[in-house]
Design a protein around this ligand. Structure first.
Ligand SMILES: NC(=O)c1ccc[n+]([C@@H]2O[C@H](COP(=O)([O-])OP(=O)(O)OC[C@H]3O[C@@H](n4cnc5c(N)ncnc54)[C@H](OP(=O)(O)O)[C@@H]3O)[C@@H](O)[C@H]2O)c1
Ligand SMILES: [Zn+2]
Length: 366
């Protein structure tokens, strides 16, 4: 059984925040636990953008009895008047005696202000308990708030020799059920899902979230310089989720109008011949897409990785070897480096065994 201490309550607050991943849009996920005289009197989680913050829910539950309590919050309480009044003020007004915070507000312009506001009123504040877990939990929010560009997770399911399909293009199925369930959870946890146009042409994927329980569908994003996407592609016609096609100024205006009529949003990034990926990332950021799951194919994966747009790599491997040389598409198709010392290298490696599949994830070193 867990020992009851500060860590016990903070990890509950983090657990609650973790469960809300994917449903707060560009907002962070935050959990709060209010404890008084050895008992929890309030629990709160920020569930959706524009709705109450975690501290507000927890203090509402405490119903005026938070005088002298300790509040555990996974992110520094806010200090500015945004869509809601600042939580630091609410903690002060309720007479909370001690506030334990897992991590500071990542935005350097506001970092520390919430903590300072509490301390000025004589509240005891501790910062940094389970910080690395809290930072990891909000890595998408942190990237977006600091750069206004989406956090990109590259996911691929390949054979042991790194192939996404055989030399004839057959790709169903590579990974096992356990791995595929995780992929659908990843879709739920990202605001956008991105593929290259060749993947749409080859596989006609629906790119929706299919889990045991209903999940959220990300916005579907197709990178397509000349609008080769077929009008009868599922992502154009099935109305399961919004679709954005990112293209160039050189794309055919007639095809563009037809896609718009079909309900697709067109984003123009660059003059061509290919989509300017930097401009695309900025445009998607402006559309408030704060996180993207990149699902291939190899050409787009390679280009995104090479240009430094990938923040996390999650690779599922199945115990299969299919060979096929260049005819069989791989996870990363790009011109490649000359020397091993120039390889794109991952750090913070994690390995998870999923039955007969293995998941290796890490962060590309910039
Ligand atoms: N097993 C799996 O999980 C899985 C997942 C995904 C894909 N796949 C397989 O992968 C294959 C498709 O992969 P692919 O490598 O041929 O294509 P892809 O990555 O899906 O699409 C690449 C295309 O994107 C367009 N593009 C536009 N701007 C770009 C830019 N700046 N950088 C890179 N690409 C840009 C290019 O076409 P334009 O210039 O015409 O726009 C390019 O040819 C299919 O066989 C599919 O079955 C398998
Ligand atoms: Zn707040």
């Amino acid at each position: 059984m867990d020992k009851m201490n500060d860590e016990f309550y903070m990890s509950l607050a983090l657990d609650m925040a973790e469960r809300a991943q994917g449903q707060t849009g560009i907002n962070p996920v935050v959990g709060c636990v209010v404890v008084k005289d050895g008992a929890m009197i309030g629990l709160g989680t920020h569930l959706q953008r524009g709705t109450g913050h975690a501290e507000v829910h927890a203090l509402n539950m405490a119903a005026g009895k938070a005088q002298g309590s300790t509040a555990y919050v996974t992110l520094e309480p806010c200090s500015h008047y945004g869509k809601t009044p600042p939580c630091s003020q609410r903690l002060i007004d309720e007479g909370v005696a001690r506030v334990v915070v897992a991590c500071e507000d990542p935005n350097p312009q506001v970092a520390g202000r919430g903590v300072a506001m509490l301390r000025e009123q004589g509240i005891e504040v501790e910062v940094g308990l389970l910080r690395s877990r809290a930072l990891r939990l909000n890595e998408k929010f942190i990237k977006y708030i600091l750069t206004k560009q989406p956090f990109v997770t590259l996911k691929s399911a390949s054979t042991l020799d790194g192939k996404l399909a055989t030399r004839t293009g057959d790709s169903k199925w590579i990974s096992n059920g356990q791995a595929r369930e995780i992929v659908h959870t990843l879709r739920h946890r990202h605001q956008g899902i991105m593929v290259g146009v060749n993947t749409v042409i080859a596989d006609n994927p629906s790119l929706t979230t299919r889990m045991e329980v209903p999940g959220l569908n990300p916005v579907r994003i197709v990178i397509d310089s000349t609008l080769r996407i077929p009008l009868d592609a599922s992502v154009v016609s099935d109305k399961q989720a919004p679709t954005i096609v990112v293209t160039t100024e050189s794309a055919d205006p007639v095809k563009r109008a037809a896609l718009t009529d079909a309900g697709v949003q067109i984003v123009v990034s660059g003059a061509g011949p290919r989509v300017d990926l930097q401009a695309a990332m900025m445009a998607l950021g402006e559309l408030e897409i704060g996180s993207i799951l990149l699902e291939g194919g190899g050409t787009l994966n390679g280009a995104m990785l090479e240009n430094g747009f990938v923040d996390r790599v999650i690779l599922f491997f199945a115990p299969k070897i299919v060979g096929g040389g260049v005819a069989a598409p791989g996870t990363f198709d790009f011109p490649g480096v000359e020397l091993m010392r120039d390889a794109i290298t991952l750090e913070g490696l994690e390995v998870e065994v999923l039955g007969d599949n293995v998941c290796i994830s890490g962060t590309p070193i910039r």
